[in-house]
Design a protein around this ligand. Structure first.
Ligand SMILES: NC(=O)c1ccc[n+]([C@@H]2O[C@H](COP(=O)([O-])OP(=O)(O)OC[C@H]3O[C@@H](n4cnc5c(N)ncnc54)[C@H](OP(=O)(O)O)[C@@H]3O)[C@@H](O)[C@H]2O)c1
Length: 323
C-alpha cells in the first residue's frame, strides 16, 4: 500500500467503497473484503447514510450498520480513516433525488449523529455533504459542517457532487469566516471522459486537469465510478451510454496498449493513471469479490512512465460530441 496526505490525516491511496455492503454484498463477504483491505495496508473506508435505501428492505443505514459491526468485532476503529456522507437520504414525500434531505443546518446536525450511532463511534474522520443542495445558502452549509467539527463529531469535512465553482466558493467563505474548509472533493471520474452533453442528474463529473487544478493542492480529490461498474474488462457490461461516444475507441485502444506493455489489466491502468496524475486523484474502490479487491490493491504498485501517462492523457482528450 502507498499513502497520501489528506488534510490532517495520512490515508491509504485507495479508499474502499462500501455502498453495497449489507444489502447486495452479504455480511460474510463484506467482512472478508474489509479484512483483506486492512491486512494489505488499506486504511481509508467510505460509506454514506443512504446506502442502499433503494434496495428492497433497506432504510439506507445498512452499510453504516455493517461497518459498525465490523469495527466493533475487529476493535480497530483507530486503524481506520472513516468517511461518511449525509444529505442524499430521502427526506420527505416526492421523488428522489428531488426529495433528498439536503444540507441545511438542522439536517446536517441530526444526520451526522444518526450516522455515528449506526457506526458505533463518536466521530467521523471525514464528513461529506453527499450532493450539492442549491436550496440552502452555501454559508449555512459551511456553518453546519463547521459546527459538526466544533462539536467533535467530525475531524475533517468534504463535499461530493458539487460543481468546482461552488466548492471553491464554499472554501473561500469558510476561510474568510475562520471556519474549517473542505479537505476533500468526491466526484464521478474515470479514464474515459463522458460526452460533453452527458447528463448525470445529481452526480457531478470531474472534468479533468482543469477541475483538479482549480480545487487547489490542499484538497484531496477522490473518484467514484472509476471502473465504470466493470465495463473496462467485463464483456457482459456495456459502456455506460454517457461514455459511449466517438472519442472513446481511441482512448480505450491506448488504455489497452498500456495494459499490454505493463502486463496489468485495464482496470489497474485506470487506477495507476489516477494515482500517477498531477495532481493525483484517489480512486474509490467498488468491489464485490476478493479477486477484484486484490486486483485493485496490486494496482497501487504499478508505476506508469511519464510517456505512458502522457499518451493516456492525450488519447482521452479527443472527445467527440454525439452526432
Ligand atoms: N459520492 C457519490 O455520489 C458516489 C456514487 C457512487 C459510488 N460512490 C462510492 O464509490 C464506491 C465505488 O462505487 P462505484 O460503483 O462507483 O465503483 P465502480 O468502480 O464504477 O464499479 C464497481 C463495480 O465494478 C465491478 N468491478 C470491480 N472490480 C472489478 C474487476 N477487477 N473486474 C471486473 N469488474 C470489477 C464490480 O461489479 P460487480 O459487483 O457487478 O462484479 C464493482 O461492484 C462506492 O462503494 C461508494 O463508496 C460514491
Amino acid at each position: 500500500m502507498r499513502y497520501r496526505t489528506m488534510g490532517t490525516r495520512r490515508v491509504s491511496a485507495l479508499c474502499l467503497g462500501t455502498l453495497p455492503f449489507g444489502t447486495v454484498v452479504d455480511e460474510a463477504t463484506a467482512f472478508a473484503l474489509l479484512d483483506r483491505f486492512t491486512e494489505r495496508g488499506g486504511t481509508f473506508v467510505d460509506t454514506a447514510n443512504c446506502y442502499c435505501f433503494w434496495q428492497p428492505g433497506s432504510d439506507g443505514g445498512d452499510s453504516e450498520r455493517l461497518l459498525g459491526r465490523w469495527l466493533a468485532s475487529r476493535g480497530n476503529r483507530d486503524g481506520v480513516v472513516l468517511a461518511s456522507k449525509v444529505g442524499a437520504l430521502p427526506g420527505g414525500p416526492g421523488e428522489w433525488p428531488a426529495n433528498r434531505e439536503g444540507l441545511s443546518r438542522p439536517v446536517v446536525g441530526a444526520a451526522v449523529r444518526r450516522s455515528l450511532e449506526r457506526l458505533g463511534t463518536d466521530r467521523l474522520d471525514l464528513l461529506y455533504g453527499h450532493v450539492d443542495d442549491p436550496a440552502t445558502p452555501l454559508e449555512e452549509t459551511v456553518a453546519a459542517f463547521a459546527e459538526a467539527v466544533a462539536d467533535g463529531l467530525a475531524e475533517q469535512i468534504g463535499m461530493s457532487n458539487q460543481r468546482v465553482e461552488r466548492f471553491t466558493r464554499s472554501r473561500d467563505l469558510a476561510r474568510r469566516a475562520g471556519l474549517p474548509q473542505y479537505a476533500a472533493l468526491q466526484q464521478r471520474h474515470s479514464y474515459l471522459t463522458p460526452a460533453p452533453d452527458a447528463d448525470f442528474d445529481y452526480q457531478v463529473s470531474l472534468d479533468g486537469p482543469a477541475d483538479t487544478a482549480a480545487v487547489g493542492p490542499e484538497v484531496t480529490v477522490l473518484a467514484y465510478g472509476a471502473l465504470l461498474n466493470g465495463a473496462y474488462t467485463d464483456p457482459a457490461k456495456p459502456l455506460p451510454a454517457e461514455y459511449d461516444h466517438a472519442g472513446s475507441p481511441r482512448a480505450l485502444a491506448e488504455l489497452r496498449a498500456v495494459a499490454r506493455e505493463t502486463g496489468a489489466t485495464a482496470n489497474q491502468v485506470v487506477y495507476a493513471w489516477m494515482l500517477g496524475g498531477s495532481p493525483a486523484v484517489l480512486p474509490l474502490v467498488g468491489v464485490s469479490r476478493l479477486g477484484q479487491l486484490d486486483e485493485a490493491l496490486d494496482a497501487v504498485d504499478l508505476d506508469l512512465t511519464a510517456d505512458q501517462l502522457a499518451r493516456l492523457d492525450a488519447a482521452r482528450t479527443t472527445v467527440a460530441v454525439h452526432p
